[in-house]
Write a protein of this length. Structure first.
Length: 150
């Protein structure tokens, strides 16, 4: 049985999340650091969904900028579902850079039906630490109804 989008299966409203603890987060060099954690996100009804994350990240570089900066998300403590590496030319010493990053997951029913899943958004700075600023950073997270897998 197929879907009649927006009629039989209404979409949940997106939720907004700020940095962990509502404070700046140090991006320790060489470590994947959780910057934002959602509550449990669940679909409104049976079927397949895929997560979409719009991340705005205000990152303060140190006196020496990192050589690379990567953002990702994972479900719970699992492995990275999607990653985004920023353009190296934007890594400027002592600058605060605002990144707009889209992250998207795979179509699934098992992750979103029932209790749902928690999403952890992470960042990893290479060689030199940086700081995710709480002011200017947030993630908008939504589930979109996907096609049913038969």
């Amino acid at each position: 049985m197929g879907n009649i989008y927006g009629v039989a299966n209404p979409l949940a409203l997106p939720a907004v999340y700020n940095s962990v603890g509502g404070a700046d987060v140090t991006l320790t060099a060489g470590s994947e650091v959780t910057i934002i954690t959602t509550g449990a996100i669940a679909g409104l009804g049976p079927g397949d969904y895929y997560p979409f994350i719009w991340l705005l990240a205000a990152v303060l570089m140190g006196g020496t900028a990192p050589t690379a900066l990567q953002f990702a998300f994972k479900l719970g403590a699992g492995s990275d579902v999607d990653t985004f590496v920023v353009a190296p030319a934007t890594l400027i010493a002592s600058a605060t850079v605002l990144y707009a990053i889209p992250l998207v997951g795979v179509n699934s029913s098992t992750n979103w039906i029932g209790a749902g899943s928690t999403i952890n958004i992470t960042a990893k700075a290479s060689t030199t630490a940086a700081t995710l600023k709480n002011v200017g950073s947030r993630a908008i997270v939504a589930l979109f109804r996907g096609p049913d897998a038969y």
